[in-house]
Design a protein around this ligand. Structure first.
Ligand code: ADP
Ligand code: MG
Ligand code: MG
Length: 254
């Protein structure tokens, strides 16, 4: 069972007037098979946590530890993290000009599995996964994220998730910009991956609506660069009713 352990994580970014601390001591443990929702107001540092775990160079780790099965994640390159099984679906996915979805997926799968998937089986695997996500087969030949609509970007992320089956998946606002039908399709994808019991999911979201479709095992309220409260699924209901005000009083979050 893969376990991601974050302990007292502090992260800064370089702002105009010097370094600015964004994460102020995050503690979190995510095990394969578990679904954790991280919820919080805009500007509380949720994306910073996601990027820091994925190894984005803009974020400087100033304290704390992150390990995957005891291995130091913070010492790994972005590629090494991906191979170790840490997957990030970004809030704002980047375009990869000149690389088709189908080539991108096969290259990623090859890197993660350590060998190229057999072509015929792979084509079948991709086709079936795309059908489940109600994606047009022609989509596989488009360049990654180039001109993708919000919904297409998110479906593409869930397609990666289903095909790559990472140990730990970090989904940053996968629900933003989706209409109800797309939200349901994307949620079903996350739930299918969850049912394998092989993936630990960190579902980062600002709104509670995705939690109507994906029932988290644990909910964490993120405010001011740290986890302010943790609980079960019922905590999301409380947030839906009461908002984040109780957690942001006395400190600006943006
Ligand atoms: P969230 O995802 O919860 O909305 P973010 O992690 O995107 O929050 O941002 C947290 C805070 O850090 C915000 O105040 C944001 O402006 C600031 N921040 C994030 N990245 C940078 C950066 N590269 N440079 C300066 N400030 C940043
Ligand atoms: Mg935000
Ligand atoms: Mg964000």
């Amino acid at each position: 069972m893969a376990t991601l352990e974050i302990h007292d994580l502090h992260v800064s970014v370089e702002a105009e007037n010097g370094p600015r601390e964004i994460l102020k001591g995050v503690d979190l443990t995510v095990k394969q098979g578990e679904t954790h929702a991280i919820m919080g107001p805009n500007g509380s540092g949720k994306s910073t946590l996601a990027y820091s775990l994925a190894g984005h160079p803009k974020y400087t780790i100033t304290g704390g530890t992150v390990t995957l099965d005891g291995e130091n994640v913070l010492e790994m390159s972005v590629d090494e993290r991906a191979r170790a099984g840490v997957f990030l679906a970004m809030q704002y996915p980047v375009e990869v000009p000149g690389v088709s979805v189908s080539n991108f997926l096969r290259t990623s799968a090859t890197a993660i599995r350590g060998e190229a998937p057999k072509l015929r089986l792979w084509v079948k695997e991709v086709k079936e996964a795309m059908e489940r996500l109600q994606m047009d087969p022609a989509f596989a030949e488009r360049n990654v994220n180039e001109g993708f609509s919000g919904g297409e970007k998110k479906r593409h992320e869930i397609l990666q998730l289903e095909l790559l089956k990472p140990a730990i998946a970090i989904l940053d606002e996968t629900d933003s910009g989706l209409d109800v039908d797309a939200l349901r399709t994307v949620s079903e994808g996350v739930n299918r991956v969850r049912e394998t019991g092989e993936v630990g999911t960190l579902l980062i979201t600002h709104y509670t609506r995705i939690l109507r479709y994906i029932k988290p095992d644990h909910v964490h309220v993120f405010a001011n660069g740290r986890i302010a409260e943790s609980g079960g699924a019922e905590l999301a209901d409380k947030l839906e009713a009461e908002g984040y005000e109780a957690y942001t009083k006395g400190g600006a979050t943006a």
